[in-house]
Write a protein that binds this ligand. Structure first.
Ligand SMILES: [Cu+2]
Length: 449
């Protein structure tokens, strides 16, 4: 990659994080004061939530990871908190600098940054209600040049009018812009409403950029478009009802995936729906089943997608942090091709000590778009083998924290992926394709958390 592009992406990130880190000095003090208050609320307050003056509805909104999806309640969400008058404000953010190398005839190299920052502001509404506004931005349209980064066997969305294959798309600049309202109806029962021009409908597990178990892996899972890819959708309207250990939700939204102009806000009719049921056996667990129908999600493919997912997330608080794992299944049924494509994912991040994280992810995914850019090969393979190829991806990674800044958890790390693939496509990928990433990670968090 060219020098100018490198320094451009570096400068942007340093700007955002630098500004937040300077402000963070103030947040650090604020949150330690709030921390004392926190002890009076033991039992109703999840770890990491140490704001004063927050009712049950406010707590529920504050623990949302993306849209209305949640990580296990015992996971201490990394964030900075402060308040402006009666408004509670929360800031979250992650940026990775990544050098990726992928092997074989279809592999490429690149230096890029995946990143996002989120700001949310919350206000009480009467005794029992709470309002929250959320804005999430990503500089990926600038820091992932050429509308992609190389990732073997990855599919989904387009760049320059062609389907992306062996590459991952950047996220939109405006990843989320949404408004939540929640109200406690009775002991343990909360009604939730969410309206978002850009947001995350009730479909799938917590999306990977916000998932506790995926915190140390910058690259997207190969099953992203089978499981959590609707996290940037338009015209999202969600209603939910939480009762004790359960939460049920229904959403309407615009089903098309974000177009390649990553700087604008896309829009369209509410033509898609989803619903999701959550079960929380304890603070350490978050389980969901969900299904939805996406109207014509892929720009270059006919048909609707019926997506069904199920997931179990587990977090176990430990001395050096918390051990988080996920088990996810997602299936796409395409109404055009009539194909049912499955995906399975397990991933985990384990703090071996306070500063050392070991992480891993294993996936099996049925892919039918690997040759979408080359109809001749696609047809030939279809005659000899079939249309769908089951790909396995097995990733192991390590990050070590280095103390550089007060409010930014900085780490250096690396991960390595080996793939399994059918013999029929080995001539195109090589017998043993592999991929690797060297990374620097910056994450906002309260000092000492
Ligand atoms: Cu995504």
């Amino acid at each position: 990659m060219k020098r100018e592009a490198k320094s451009k992406c570096g400068a942007l990130l340093v700007g955002i994080f630098g500004a937040l880190a300077i402000h963070g000095q103030a947040f650090g003090q604020d949150s330690s004061q709030a921390h004392e208050h926190h002890h009076e609320h033991q039992g109703t307050t999840a770890p990491g939530t140490n704001m004063a003056d927050m009712n049950a509805a406010g707590m529920l909104l504050m623990n949302l990871a993306s849209g209305t999806a949640v990580n296990p309640a015992s996971w201490p969400m990394p964030m900075l908190m402060t308040h402006f008058g009666h408004w509670n404000a929360m800031f979250m953010g992650v940026a990775f600098l990544v050098d990726t190398q992928q092997s074989g005839p279809r592999g490429h190299d690149k230096f890029y940054s995946s990143n996002w920052v989120m700001a949310s502001a919350q206000h009480r509404v009467g005794e029992k209600g709470a309002f929250q506004a959320v804005l999430m931005l990503s500089l990926e349209p600038a820091t992932i040049t050429d509308r992609r980064y190389p990732l073997l066997f990855q599919t989904g969305e387009t760049a320059y009018g062609r389907p992306l294959v062996d590459a991952q798309h950047p996220h939109d600049f405006i990843m989320s812009l949404g408004f939540h309202y929640a109200r406690e109806l009775g002991e343990g029962t909360i009604l939730e409403a969410y309206v978002a021009p850009v947001g995350d409908p009730a479909l799938g597990p917590v999306p990977f950029p916000h998932r506790a178990s995926a915190m140390e892996l910058p690259q997207a899972p190969l099953s992203h478009h089978w499981q959590d890819s609707t996290h940037i959708a338009n015209e999202v309207v969600t209603l939910g009802l939480a009762h004790k250990k359960f939460k049920i939700e229904a959403s309407g939204f615009y089903g098309s995936e974000p177009n390649e102009n990553r700087w604008n806000i896309d829009s369209g009719p509410i033509n898609s729906w989803s619903s999701r049921l959550w079960f929380f056996p304890s603070k350490n667990w978050a389980m969901q089943v969900s299904t939805g129908r996406l109207a014509h999600p892929e720009a270059l493919e006919p048909g609707d997608t019926v997506r069904t997912t199920s997931s179990i997330a587990y977090t176990r608080p430990m001395p050096g942090g918390s051990w988080s794992s996920s088990l996810i299944w997602g299936r796409n049924h395409n109404t055009g091709t009539k194909r049912n494509l499955n995906s399975y994912l397990v991933e985990s991040v384990l703090p071996v000590t306070r500063k050392n994280f070991v992480t891993g992810r294993a996936e099996l995914v049925d892919k039918d778009e690997l040759f979408a850019g080359d109809p001749e090969i696609e047809e030939q393979l279809e005659r000899q083998y079939g249309s769908t190829f089951r790909i396995g991806a097995f990733t192991i990674g390590y990050t070590r924290d280095i103390a550089l800044f007060r409010n930014i958890e900085t780490g250096i790390g690396a991960n390595f992926t080996a793939y399994s693939l059918p013999d029929a496509i080995k001539p195109y990928y090589g017998n043993h394709p592999v991929g690797g990433n060297i990374l620097v990670r910056f994450r906002l968090r309260r000092p000492g958390s």
